[in-house]
Design a binder for this molecule. Structure first.
Ligand SMILES: Nc1ncnc2c1ncn2[C@@H]1O[C@H](COP(=O)(O)OP(=O)(O)O)[C@@H](O)[C@H]1O
Ligand SMILES: [Mg+2]
Length: 249
């Protein structure tokens, strides 16, 4: 075991982020251990997406540290290409390349970034489409796939770089209800296979099933950070409990 395997994979220390005069993240700190799944909940506008975007350097944090595998990546967008090879991200609206088939969406980064041959990249795409349970959709284009299938292609595409961490930003919010389960099932399988994950979602069934930690954000702050057991047994602060009651009823 390498020495850094004992450290958390991700150690976010007191990060701040403003847009203009508006302070969006206020001293957020969070540790994520290897193989852990963290679910982030909180009202709209509380800074959940901004937190994820700072982690994979879509936005630079203004201050604080983000230790990823022991190295501080915060704030310096020059780290972005290297960081995005190791941190996969899945968005609410899939963001697939519309002019590429499912397989080609998955093959693109391994070929361009890692220099994989077309045939090796195709083999990888085939494996990953099997992993997300749609091997038969390799040659389909995004507009020929359901939302749930498109999101599973997006997950496979993120996995193609063999990331150490997966970020999901409300991955099922744009889906019809009957497709939510198939996407959450794939995410839960990846989590139980040991993929370290941070998931912004209000799907509390998923949180119960897959989360090790649950984080509640409000107004740019992490108000509560509890184990899944504590969270669902009600030993959390009042604001988090009130929010949970709202989304469950
Ligand atoms: N690029 C941006 N420029 C200005 N304001 C932003 C930007 N991105 C997000 N915000 C603001 O930051 C706040 C938090 O947004 P966000 O992180 O998307 O919250 P959440 O994901 O919890 O709904 C919101 O008030 C939003 O309007
Ligand atoms: Mg958001």
């Amino acid at each position: 075991m390498r020495s850094q395997d004992h450290q958390p994979l991700l150690d976010i220390i007191n990060i701040d982020k403003s847009f203009g005069a508006l302070k969006i993240l206020k001293g957020c700190s969070l540790k994520v251990n290897r193989k852990e799944t963290v679910v982030v909940i909180g009202p709209s506008g509380s800074g959940k997406s901004t937190l994820l975007r700072c982690l994979n350097l879509l936005e630079p944090a203004d201050s604080g540290a983000i230790l990823f595998d022991g190295k501080d990546i915060a704030g310096d967008l020059r780290n972005a290409p290297a960081v995005r090879r190791e941190i996969g991200m899945v968005f609410q609206n899939f963001e697939l390349f519309q002019h590429l088939s499912a397989a080609e969406n998955i093959m693109l980064a391994p070929m361009k970034v890692s220099g994989l041959s077309r045939s090796d990249a195709h083999d990888l795409a085939t494996d990953l489409l099997r992993k997300v349970h749609i091997p038969e959709k390799a040659d389909f284009f995004p507009d020929e796939l359901s939302g749930g299938q498109q999101q599973r292609v997006a997950i496979a595409r993120a996995l193609a770089m063999k990331p150490k961490l997966m970020l999901y930003d409300e991955p099922t919010s744009a889906l019809d209800p009957e497709m939510i389960r198939e996407v959450l099932d794939v995410m839960a399988e990846l989590s139980s296979d040991g993929m370290t994950s941070i998931v912004v979602t209000h799907e509390m069934g998923f949180a119960k099933r897959a989360a090790d930690q649950i984080v509640f954000m409000e107004s740019g702050q992490i108000i509560e950070n509890a184990t899944s057991e504590d969270f669902f047994s009600g030993t959390v602060n009042e604001r988090a409990q009130r929010f949970l009651d709202q989304i469950l009823h």
